[in-house]
Design a binder for this molecule. Structure first.
Ligand code: ZN
Length: 255
């Protein structure tokens, strides 16, 4: 009788253990991604917390007098703070535009000097592109960025080490928020991609400079009021990720 009791208890323990194992595994796996608790020194970020209606809108490849000021006016109209990942060479050409971004309360990040793919250049060159841009930005706004976005979302171990050494976070973007506005897919397509896929904690990727006519500004006229209507609060990237206990969604990408 005693033996049967022990066997029964052992059986129950095994079942409970198995069930909770499955629950944890299901929690960890969401749409092919893995939720990982990221420690303070983790330098790769794809999004912010999923439990609040807070998002970050980001603009790459500027500053440029053609579209950046128009986008800034639109952000001001809707009382939105954004994040601009700038190219060192554009900062050199258009320091005044960078200054306006800063003065209007937006965050500025490093996007390399000449839009290089860090996987295709030697380590020494990565360091040079990063440092030169930090310095160019510092010369204008007297602050060095705490965030870096590698062009093409491309990164390697050397870049991660460099970011750690400089206490800079590598900021990517939410996988559903890459509308490829730089390829001019159409104003409606850009707006639909952003609006229909938006979720809490998203980092939205857009561009305030493209070397042709841009559709981004027109799309923003649709995107910004609609997301505000839906109750999303726009913050800068650093604000989005400042609580280090958040869970960030991480893609597992082989280097
Ligand atoms: Zn870029």
């Amino acid at each position: 009788m005693k033996n049967i009791k022990i066997i029964l208890i052992a059986f129950i323990i095994i079942i409970i253990g198995y069930e909770s194992g499955i629950m944890i595994a299901n929690y960890m796996k969401t749409n092919g991604t893995l939720l990982n608790k990221i420690s303070d020194n983790t330098e790769l970020v794809w999004n912010g917390p999923r439990d609040k209606k807070v998002i970050a809108i980001t603009f790459d490849d500027g500053p440029h007098p053609r579209y950046t000021p128009k986008i800034l006016d639109l952000l001001k109209k809707y009382d939105i703070k954004g994040t601009f990942f700038v190219l060192g060479k554009h900062v050199e050409f258009y320091p005044e535009t960078l200054k306006i971004i800063k003065d209007e309360g937006h965050e500025i990040g490093n996007h390399t000097y000449s839009h290089v793919d860090v996987k295709k250049i030697p380590s020494r060159k990565i360091e040079e592109e990063f440092n030169k841009t930090q310095q160019k930005i510092y010369d204008v706004i007297k602050e060095k960025p705490k965030i870096f976005r590698p062009p093409f979302g491309s990164y390697n171990t050397y870049l991660k080490d460099l970011a750690k050494r400089h206490n800079v976070k590598i900021i990517l973007w939410s996988s559903s928020q890459d509308c490829k506005d730089w390829s001019n897919p159409g104003v409606k397509k850009i707006a639909d991609t952003v609006i229909n896929n938006v979720g809490n904690g998203d980092i939205i990727l857009l561009h305030d400079y493209v070397n042709t006519t841009s559709q981004t500004y027109e799309a923003l006229k649709i995107i910004l009021p609609e997301l505000k209507r839906r109750g999303y609060r726009f913050v800068t990237v650093s604000q989005l990720i400042k609580n280090k206990d958040y869970e960030y969604e991480m893609k597992i990408i082989e280097n």
